[in-house]
Design a protein around this ligand. Structure first.
Ligand SMILES: Cc1ncc(COP(=O)(O)O)c(C=O)c1O
Length: 506
């Protein structure tokens, strides 16, 4: 029940008029007279209304939203146009944030420029993919090579073997591999392989873990974890995709033993990325390795973020744990569309088309029409080759910058009396705002229940944008193009933002 009269009046006035009245090109995304509802969220300290268009109306009153609106009129206008052709103005919902996202017109190194003429230091780096920065010089020559060859053949060529060999040499568990075009597709195939190989049904995933939008894994991403994430995903998925609490040995073991005989595999990101940039405890991954082996199930590392990022051999090298299957993407695509499923040779023999098996006994794994395009094979190869040849320069530097950023952000919060923390591993960095200062987040479950996610995703993000830094989830991924100075500038921006947040705290 909401009985705050001035607030209600404000809400209804938001509905009576478009959010940004006065400009025909800027519209209320939900339109006049749209349905609305109040979801009351209690965080023990306050009870507040939480919704979408209405919230934007309220946010407009905040100092930081006003500043953002003033600074980004061209983005605002483009967003209104985008909304007329794409639902919510986007083709990937992670790219939307209220009141509207910035639109960019160019990028180089670690910098991006928006359509309103502002420069930002980018920490998002193309969904964490661009480890060498935007437009690194080393991809210029391969792009020219591709331009002379054609972007798509659909027939075998030597570049794909060359790239596959390089991945085989650099990723410890990659005895065999298949190329596809996205991470979503790679994790879908990994699940199918695990079920096909073990002839068992249940896959365990981490509550809050994101493995792309395939039907098997579009489950237990946002709390409440026992409800479907999306209409169109059958609730029955929950019978065969079950979730566990990350880093919680006891409850995870209990779930493993509830499933036991029917456990096909466990899929886990060694550093949960979209779920909050949370590193696994080594003991947790060791336990998963041990238990899956004991039960004849497969351990799948989703290294679509951590692969070639934490180290050349990814998280499996850093943690010293070899999964049965790994999924890769992002970094090794070098900015092109790539997904890779790799792992044990005996598992991958199930999808070998030269081996004749009775129908239904082999596993269908295929990257589809655009798999192994010369574009992704040549560009991806060049980037991974560079990482291999410069391993000793790239990883120590980006990891050290990551450490510096995490420490600098945490200190900025502390100095300004903000209950905020930094989190991450290597070049991956995030932040969170716990309700209680002693909270230390070890799982996406805790992040979603014990911290103010809205403050992170809206106030912190927009205030940092106003100070020239583009973050997602309070951070992102550092590239080899970032310098000490860039990191210092991000820390200085965080300091300013923390000061503003303190000053404007309710
Ligand atoms: C860990 C992880 N797995 C899978 C995916 C899905 O990859 P894609 O967006 O390429 O489909 C993502 C994407 O963010 C990811 O972070």
């Amino acid at each position: 029940m909401l009985n705050d009269e001035p607030l209600l009046k404000k809400l209804f006035s938001v509905f009576a008029d478009p959010v940004h009245s006065g400009s025909e090109s800027i519209i209320n995304p939900f339109g006049k007279g749209s349905y609305y509802f109040f979801l009351v969220i209690s965080d023990r300290k306050r009870v507040k209304p939480f919704f979408h268009a209405e919230r934007e109306g309220l946010m407009e009153q905040s100092d930081y939203i006003k500043e953002y609106l003033d600074k980004t009129p061209v983005s605002n206008k483009l967003f209104a146009r985008a909304q007329k052709v794409m639902p919510g103005g986007v083709s990937h919902r992670q790219r939307y944030f209220p009141p509207y996202p910035i639109f960019i017109k160019g990028a180089s190194g670690c910098k991006i420029w928006d359509v309103d003429g502002h420069e930002y230091i980018d920490l998002w780096m193309g969904h964490y993919a661009l480890i060498l920065g935007h437009r690194p010089t080393i991809v210029k020559a391969p792009l020219e090579e591709v331009a002379g060859l054609g972007t798509h053949w659909g027939i075998l060529h030597e570049y794909e073997i060359q790239f596959a060999e390089l991945i085989q040499q650099t990723v410890p568990c990659a005895e065999r591999l298949v190329f596809g075009v996205s991470g979503t597709e790679a994790t879908m195939h990994a699940v199918r392989l695990a079920r096909g190989f073990t002839k068992k049904r249940v896959i365990l995933k981490v509550a809050g873990g994101w493995h792309g939008a395939n039907n098997d894994l579009l489950w237990a991403i946002r709390s409440p974890f026992d409800k479907p994430e999306s209409a169109g995903v059958l609730p029955e998925v929950a019978n065969y995709t079950k979730s566990v609490v990350f880093n919680d040995l006891e409850s995870t073991l209990q779930t493993i033993y509830e499933v036991q005989e029917d456990l096909a595999g466990i899929i886990v990101e060694p550093v949960v990325g979209a779920g909050g940039c949370i590193p696994a405890d080594k003991g947790y991954l060791e336990m998963l390795r041990q238990e899956t082996r004991k039960l004849g199930a497969l351990l799948i590392f989703d290294e679509i973020i951590t692969g070639y990022r934490l180290a050349l051999g990814g998280a499996q090298e850093v943690y010293g744990i070899r999964p049965d299957i790994v999924t890769l993407g992002k970094v090794c695509g070098g900015g092109t569309n790539l997904g890779v499923i790799a792992g044990r040779g005996d598992i991958f023999s199930l999808c070998d088309p030269t081996i004749k098996r009775p129908k239904g006994e082999s596993v269908v794994v295929g990257g589809g029409t655009f798999s192994c395009s010369p574009f992704s094979m040549i560009v991806g190869y060049k980037v991974v080759e560079y990482l291999k040849n410069h391993e000793k320069d790239v990883y120590p530097r980006i990891n050290q910058l990551g450490q510096k950023l995490r420490e600098g952000m945490a200190e900025a919060f502390q100095r300004n009396g903000i209950i905020g923390k930094s989190i991450g591993l290597g070049s991956l960095c995030g932040a969170y705002f716990p309700y209680e200062s002693e909270t230390v987040v070890k799982s996406p479950t805790q992040l979603q229940h014990l911290t103010d996610v809205e403050k992170l995703e809206q106030e912190f993000r927009i205030r940092l944008l106003n100070h020239g830094v583009f973050v997602v989830r309070g951070g992102g991924a550092i590239s080899f193009a970032h310098t000490e100075e860039d990191i210092e500038r991000i820390i200085a921006a965080t300091e300013e933002v923390a000061r503003e947040m303190k000053k404007n705290a309710p």
